[in-house]
Design a protein around this ligand. Sequence first.
Ligand code: F6R
Length: 585
Amino acid sequence: MCSIIGYKGKNAAAPILVDSLKRMEYRGYDSVGVATFDSGSILVRKGTGKVIEVNKNLNIDQMAGKIGIGHTRWATHGGVTDKNAHPHSACKNDIAVVHNGIIENYRELKEELASSGHTFASETDSEVIAHLLEIHYNRGVKKAMIETCKRLQGNYAFVAVFQDGTIGGARYEEPLIIGVANDGYFVSSDVLGFLEYTDKAIFLENGDICIVDNSKLEIFDFEGKPIAHPITQVAWELGDIDKGKYAHYTLKEINEQRLTVVHAGRQDEAVMNKFCDILAGAKDIYITGSGTSYHSALIFKHMLARFGKIRAETVVSSESQYALASMDDKSVLVAISQSGETADVLDTVRLARNQGAEILSIVNVTTSSLARVSDGCLSTNCGPEIGVAATKSFTGQLALIYNITDRLCKNCLETERAEFAVVVENIVANQASIMKVAVQMKDASDIYLLGRSLHYPIALEGALKLKELAYVHAEGIAAGELKHGPLALMEKNTFVIMINPRDATFNDTISNAHEIKARGATVIGISDRKDDVYDYWIEIPHLKEEAYYPIAEVIPLQILAYQLALAKNADPDYPRNLAKSVTVR
Ligand code: F6R
């Protein structure tokens, strides 16, 4: 969604803030802004665009002051305009605020504030925070923070800088983390905001307020009661977010997947055992996730049933409020999320918890809210994923799901991980042949992806990648459903990708390919076996363990979506209208 950062210390704030915003830009990237406090005044510079562009135009990193706040925006309320960019000030310019989340009661607050003489400069929900703070600021920063938080409904984290040089932050259902450096403090939505400067972090909880005043940190609740949280040491590897030799993060992350498979296999024995014991002892299991992580949930369900003889339900997280009625204190919810901050997933966890269920999670960010509220949590260990489209994190989730399944079925899978890692490396290397297909598909307006069994979730995932990276209508279909409707869409100019390895689904899917070809559509086969029915064949290696095909199939689809994005001049790292971490409902 948005990223927020505050800094108060001994160094110039603006260059630090700009640097931090660059590292957190994956969270939101339509506008940027910074406010610094210098010689008794608050200065604000903000505009639309990416951090590098806005900084180049406005010289943000040259702003004076050792205290400041910064923001990258992913618009929710109000268009993408300079005025709607954060920070927001109130009437007297004695406060500036950056906010992540949604203030649900902003309309009534705005009306109330306007009727008492406040004028608004933006269309955002966030600006009400600045005006509320302003009303109470004459009673001190602490009072202003408490009274403001008491009036806000919704989910939020905000950081404000006040005209006396104090920084205040508050958290409610959105992450906010304090970085404790030798010479100052950070208040940030993500550890990446300060990891270059310190690995010491304090994770604020819901309902916490913090104030950094004269280099002193105070944390208290909405009633003003002091709170003590431990300082946690965060792994430095999280900071490894360099693009290296690659043109885009997405390409780097696609290329890293050999290591992803290896790293997902490195699990702490005790944590893994506890996770599997909870699963094995559950009366019923629900698996949830959003977007790509939901596709992993579908594969997990299939793996548990086929190899573990364990029944599980999948629930797409945004639908969970209508779907968990039968859950109770003998149920287990497995939540899958790369970021561990997706609002729909966290809502599902809350619901399950209220019904007494145990919570297991699979995350990539081990410092995330989801990881912290789980009874057992396994990490995909694939390092920061910056490209907005999930690529290596999906592979990491699948590799981990294979591990868990293998444990539950007492080593029934062929797990030659090192061998499989080499296979993955070869698939990643096969980019030239996929490029040829991308060239043919450049002007396609409709792409259908068909697969059965474990390959159906890959059809869904491939379609999602094509939509978000290449802005093309793409649809994943269970191949057996073709005759129940979608066949009517097959004609010349339609592209159909058949996900069709040599397993029990092969012959039926080949029959579907013939039916499609007979209607004039172009057929692309992703398979370890060539067939005349394919107009184009994307070869994948034959695998000893059939269950691993989804990883072999999804990588060519990621590459295809990436190359189509380039062919259409779209930025694969920052697809329009999307954000990496969807922390709103
Ligand atoms: C797709 C994508 C999204 C995320 C979804 C869930 O490429 O990135 O669909 O998968 O927003 O995010 P996490 O896994 O962080 O909960």
